[in-house]
Design a protein around this ligand. Structure first.
Ligand code: G3P
Length: 215
């Protein structure tokens, strides 16, 4: 399964990309609004760091505006992916942009029906938001289960990009279900590494090792 960082923060992206386990980045207007500087420059820098799919979202809500903004976003870098919301205009824009060879990530997906429409429109990625469903008492991973079941029946070009991940269990469950990608905030990615028994075991190995050298 591929692992993306859900952030616009260059320092966090550099830090985690340096480890060698990051395959891409997703941003959204809220994430980019937190970062200083021109968002285009930031997206270009992120592309140079990760050298993988980097999603930048349109803010227009009408088809014509989405197309104009989408083409501008695609021009930022060869790695840019255009994010559009799962609305009628968003799906129509996805179909048009994909037809021009531009990779599209259809975001704000909350139902299997919506995911099916994104795939039919030729999206490269569809982003079901599991955390926000959990936040309102709905089982977010059930949505992933249903999308995986549907997509298995067809040779859609669309990768399931599990988004709005709140903790490592979302990543593990996404992988167990066969989703293509999980995109996580830096803190969730950091949490994937952590287990107290690893720290305890390493500490003991290092504590015991000197006696091996004194034989
Ligand atoms: O960026 C898309 C998605 O991952 C954001 O999710 O719920 O953490 O804002 P959320």
């Amino acid at each position: 399964m591929k692992l993306f960082i859900d952030s616009g923060n260059i320092k966090d992206i550099e830090r985690l990309a340096d480890i060698g386990i990051i395959d891409g980045v997703t941003t959204n207007p809220t994430l980019l609004s937190k970062e200083p500087g021109d968002y285009r420059d930031n997206l270009k820098k992120i592309c140079s760091i990760v050298k993988g799919p980097v999603s930048g979202e349109v803010t227009a809500t009408d088809f014509a505006g989405m197309i104009q903004q989408g083409r501008d976003i695609a021009k930022i870098d060869q790695y840019m992916v255009v994010k559009v919301p799962l609305t009628r205009d968003g799906i129509k824009a996805c179909k048009t942009l994909a037809g021009e060879g531009i990779k599209v990530n259809v975001t704000l997906c909350f139902s299997p029906a919506q995911a099916l429409l994104a795939a039919k429109a030729g999206a490269s990625f569809v982003s079901p938001f599991v955390g926000r469903l959990d936040d309102v008492g709905t089982d977010g991973m059930q949505l992933i289960r249903e999308i995986v079941d549907i997509f298995r029946n067809y040779d859609f070009p669309t990768e399931i990009l599990v988004a709005s991940c709140r903790h490592p269990i979302h990543v593990i469950d996404a992988a167990r279900l066969g989703a293509d990608i999980a995109t996580c905030p830096p803190g969730v990615i950091d949490a994937l590494f952590n287990h107290p028994l690893t720290n305890i075991g390493l500490e003991k190995f290092l504590k015991d090792w000197p006696s091996a050298l004194s034989h």
